[in-house]
Write a protein that binds this ligand. Sequence first.
Ligand code: HSE
Length: 297
Amino acid sequence: MARSSFSVVIPASTANLGPGFDSIGLALDLYMTVDVSPAEAWDVIYEHDGFEGLAKGVDNLIVATITTIAELHECEAPISKLVVQSDIPLGKGLGSSAAAIAAGIEIANSLLGLNLSEKKKVLLGSEFEGHADNVSAALLGGVTISYFDGKEIDVVHIPKPKMGAVILVPPKGLLTEESRGLLPEQLGHSEATRSSSASSVLSAAIAQDDWETAGRMMEKDVFHEPYRKQLFLDFDAIRSVCRELGAFGMTISGAGPSLFVAVKLGTEQEVAEKLAEQFTYYECIAVRPDELGTRVK
Ligand code: HSE
C-alpha cells in the first residue's frame, strides 16, 4: 500500500577510498532526513542554512528523481511537500547529491508502492548519479563495492565495517565536475595495473576487516589522487600527521574537497581533536560507518 506521509533518513557517504575510484563507497553516520506529506504543489523546504541555492520545486534533485522514476513506471507521483534537515555538508565530497538521489528513489518507492529491489534501487541511483560509489553506500549502508558500466550493476555489500573515521571538511565547496575535469583522458597501462592491484587488495582487506592493509592501499591510488591533491591545503602534512597518530590511512573523500581518514574504532574523536589543533583550516569531524543505509520511518 502506497504511503502519503512518512520520513526517509539517508546517510552521508565517502567514495573511492583511494584506488576504488567510482566503485567503493562507505556510508557515514551523518544524516539527511526528509519528511514527506501531501501538498498542492511540489515544495522543498530546507530547515538549515547553506541550502539557499538549491531549487525548491520540480527542478529540485529529490523531486526530479521522484518524478523521473514515476515516468519510468508510467504513473504520476502524488504531489508532496518535502521538509529536509541535513547534517551532510553540501558539495564537500560527502555524498550530498547521492543522498538526494537515494531520498528520491526511496520516496518514489513508498509513494508509488513500487516494491523496488535493492539491486534495482542501486541501478537507478547509479544511472542518475553517473557512478555507483556514493549512491550504493547511501542506499545500502556500510561499504559497497560496485561494478557499473552504465547499464548493468553488480554490488558486493559489506554491511558492518569495524573502523572509525575522521573527515576534514574545508570551508569552500567544490563541484564534482570541476574535480573530474582535472583527471587525464587516458592512463598508462602500468599505472592502471598498479592502481587496480591496490583496489583489489583494498576490497579484499575491507571484506576481512583488515583496515591496516586497507589503509595502506587507500594511499596507493594513481587513478585520481596525483591529479587532485594540489587542491588540498596541507595534503602531505596531514597524511604525515595521520601516520604519527596511528591512523590506518588518509585519502581524498570522493572528488573532494574533504579528506577522509580511516582510524581504529573508538579513536576517531581523539584523532579528530588532534587534527583540529594542527589544521585549523579544516573542520575535523569524528564519524563511524552507518550500517543501515536509507530507511523509511
Ligand atoms: N568517484 C567520484 C569521483 C566521486 O571521484 O569523481 C564523486 O561523486
